[in-house]
Design a protein around this ligand. Structure first.
Ligand code: THU
Length: 130
């Protein structure tokens, strides 16, 4: 099963009664393990979480920290891009060259890198004075 297929499958479990926009995310780590996540909305809207955040949380809970590949899928007219916050979350665990495949349910795909998604990213180096 491809990473997009994993994302497509977990998307079915999304809890999105408010936006009605279900998103699935899957990521492969350096070890080859796959972790998945879906968006989980809340009646207190800001408490909702994105699919990518769920997959990252599952990865870290399993003791892994190195993302090798990412896939995101939604029923959108164009391949769905990670939101700004999720771009920063991905950059925490993925090098700039890591590929992010964005997909639609009807089969469109667009591949970018983490660096494409977050140019000029804030990093640990910005907190060093000397
Ligand atoms: N959403 C994600 O889960 N990932 C994205 O990359 C874009 C947006 C979710 C958040 C919210 O539950 C719904 O999509 C509408 O914004």
């Amino acid at each position: 099963m491809s990473l997009i297929d994993d994302a497509r499958a977990v998307r079915e479990n999304a809890h999105a009664p408010y936006s009605r926009f279900k998103v699935g995310a899957a990521l492969r780590t350096a070890s080859g393990a796959v972790f998945v996540g879906c968006n989980v909305e809340n009646v207190a809207y800001p408490e909702g979480t994105c699919a990518e955040a769920g997959a990252i949380a599952a990865m870290v809970a399993a003791g892994e920290h190195e993302i090798a590949e990412v896939a995101v899928i939604a029923d959108s007219p164009d391949p769905v891009p990670p939101c700004g916050g999720c771009r920063q979350k991905l950059a925490e665990f993925a090098g700039g060259d890591v590929q992010v495949t964005m997909a639609t349910l009807d089969g469109s795909e667009h591949v970018v890198t983490v660096a494409d998604l977050l140019p000029g990213a804030f990093g640990a180096g910005h907190m060093e004075r000397t």
